[in-house]
Structures are given as C-alpha cells and as structure tokens.
Design a protein around this ligand. Structure first.
Ligand code: NDP
Length: 335
C-alpha cells in the first residue's frame, strides 16, 4: 500500500518536505469492514486547513498520519453483508492506494448512472456545497445578479449554473482567458471577469449594472474588496471559502476596515453567513436527485482536471492553491 503522510506543518505555502511517501503492507479487513483499492482521490482546498494547527471547524491531520481526503474505490475483499467484491464505493480513505473502511461509512455508486469520479465533484461534496449554500443562504430570485469567483472550479461552476436555473443573472470571476472563455461559453455565465486584469473593480461594476444581490464567497482577499461596494440593499453573502487567504501566516498589514465594513452591513441590511456543507446534510437526497436531473438535461455541465498517480498529489495540491487546476481536481490513483 502506497500512502502519503503529513510529515510537518507548513508555514505559509506548503512544500514537498511537508509530506512523506511510504509503502506498507496492505491491511486485512475485520468484521463489518471492506478492503478498497482506491481508484480516485479528490484534492480540495480544505486540505490546507487540515495541514495546519490553527483553530478550525475540524481537527487537523496529526503529524505522521495519512493525509485526509474523499476517495472512490473498488471493493477487493468484503466482510460486510452489504458489499461484494467489485462494488464501487465512495469513502473518505485519504491519500493512499488501498484502504480498509467500515461498511456503514460507505456509499455505493452506480457506474452506469454517471462517471464514478463525479462522486467527488459535481455529484459529490463540491456540488452539494454549491447547491446547499446558494439555495439556503443565497436564495437567488429571478432577475437578480449572482456573483461567484473560482467560477470554472468545482464549486463555482455549479453555483453559476444553479443561479441560472433559478432565473438569476450569473457573473463569474476566474483566473486567465481560458477559464473565462470556458465559464462564458460552456457553463453559460452571462459575464465573466479575469481577476488577473488590473482594473477588476471597474470591470465588475460594468458587468453588474444593477448591483449584486448574491455574492457567493469562494476566495476572499482582493476580490471581496471589489465586490463589496456593489452589494445591493438586502444582498446575501454565503461565505463558503477564502482560498486566497489559506496560505497567510497572520493578518495582512492594512488599515482597519472593520468599522466601515460593519457600518455598511448595517445600512445596507446585508446577510453574511458562513457555512460548512455538512451542516445541510438533510438536503443531500434532494441534491442527488436534482443535480442528476440537471446534468442529464444539460443544464449543469462540469469539467474535471484528472492527474495520474498518487505520487503526483502534493504538486497537484500546490497547484490548486494557486489556480493551476482547471476544473475539479482529481487524482487517478489506479485504472
Ligand atoms: P476550485 O476547483 O475552484 O479550485 C480552486 C480555485 O481557486 C483555483 O483554481 C483558482 O481559480 C482559485 N484561487 C486560488 N487561489 C486564488 C487566489 N489567491 N485568488 C483568487 N482565486 C484563487 O476549488 P473548489 O471549488 O473545490 O473550492 C472553491 C472554494 O470553496 C474554496 O474556497 C473552498 O475552500 C471552498 N469550499 C467550501 C466548502 C464548505 O463547506 N464551506 C466545501 C467545499 C469547498 P482561478 O484560477 O479561476 O482564480
């Protein structure tokens, strides 16, 4: 079993030395467990948080433990009545090529219904994040303007398309001309802005002539600063992620903007609410049903960025934090 451990905690940007790759014997499943051959490993921004000791909504990975992560695997040995050899399942087995998992922690996948890797993306945790955060907190109405950054990515691409399904105008922000063209032409965003352009505040204002009613916050940092002046009265801001800040080591030197920010929250009656997708777990059955139908009808499209080989995971993960991925980032661990 090849596996990747957390070797040390990064200060700022993570590096190869923070990981250790090793090979150990494959474990045997006990009663109620299955042995999985891992086929796909999901790489997600939250993993940066698990590498760190900073206070968070979840425990960090311990030094010397296998890095955490969602996986799709094939059952190679089963000691659980609900699973047979050959079944394809969703598990949370982390960065390794084989894993023992408890049967009651698994979700069986139907390979005939959708490509199995989508259980880590549009039909999995990121898609559900978009669905639950946008609909529960953002509540887009017909004719309103919804803005989302990382618009070509796993979460952002679904946010924009669900906003369109609900009759809203979708404005995306993405890094570089290729991602912008994809979001406009393939995903159907009404307008897309490149955040690497120097005048993003002016471009965003031009793309949102009626202001912004929902800002789905994926990145934080400079993009939020450009969005904030455009927020309409009663705007809703689901705070999903702050990827632009994940490698920060402390507060940035800047004037204290908090009092001015709070004044605007008050005078414009803004709703700002953070969330972690699993808080909306009771919506998952509705999500699986609706999202599968939207994909089947072509109303939701998705793009995957598949990288081969478990040993590629650290480099691919660094790329995710810098926008080098193009679509949902997945490691193909085995065929
Ligand atoms: P993506 O597939 O969108 O990949 C990350 C993207 O973030 C990059 O491709 C890049 O896109 C963008 N990005 C990275 N660094 C910066 C930066 N400094 N400034 C602006 N953009 C940057 O990832 P996900 O869809 O998986 O995640 C999107 C967000 O959702 C993250 O913040 C993540 O933490 C959050 N999340 C939250 C969950 C929750 O429960 N609250 C659950 C899942 C995800 P580009 O090149 O276009 O800028």
């Amino acid at each position: 079993n090849q596996r990747i451990l957390l070797a040390s905690r990064p200060e700022g940007r993570p590096a190869l030395e923070n990981f250790k790759i090793e090979t150990v014997p494959v474990a045997e499943p006990g009663e109620g467990e299955v042995l999985l051959k891992i086929l796909y490993l999901s790489l997600d921004p939250y993993m940066r948080g698990r590498m760190s000791n900073a206070r968070s909504y979840a425990q960090p990975v311990a030094i010397g433990d296998v890095m955490e992560g969602g996986t799709v695997g094939r059952v190679v040995r089963s000691r659980h009545a609900g699973f047979a050899e050959g079944d394809i399942v969703l598990s949370h087995s982390g960065w390794q090529s084989y894993a023992v998992a408890r049967g009651d922690h698994l979700r069986k996948l139907d390979p005939a219904a959708a490509p199995i890797s989508t259980a880590l993306g549009v039909l999995g945790m990121p898609g559900f994040t978009a669905y639950s955060g946008l609909l529960t907190i953002g509540q887009p109405k017909p004719g309103e303007t919804v803005v989302v950054a990382a618009a070509s990515g796993a979460v952002g691409s679904a946010v924009g398309q669900i906003a369109k399904i609900k009759g809203a105008r979708a404005v995306g922000i993405a890094g570089g001309p290729e991602k912008c063209a994809f979001a406009r032409n393939e995903l159907g965003f009404d307008a897309v802005i490149d955040h690497r352009a120097p005048d993003i505040a002016a471009q965003l204002a031009a793309a949102c002539p009626g202001g912004i009613d929902v800002y789905f916050e994926n990145v934080g940092g400079d993009i939020f600063a450009a969005v904030f002046p455009l927020l309409n009265k009663f705007a809703r801001i689901p705070v999903c992620g702050l990827i632009a800040q994940y490698n920060d080591t402390g507060p940035r030197p800047a004037p204290d903007r908090l009092p001015g920010f709070m004044r605007e929250v008050l005078s414009r009656s803004l709703l700002i609410r953070g969330f972690i997708q699993r808080e909306f777990a009771d919506q998952r059955p509705a999500f699986y049903e609706e999202m599968a139908a939207w994909i089947a009808s072509g109303q939701v499209r998705y793009r995957e960025d598949i990288v081969d080989g478990l040993e590629s995971a650290p480099e691919a993960f660094f790329g995710l934090l810098e926008g080098r991925n193009f679509g949902k980032l997945v490691i193909r661990v085995a065929e």
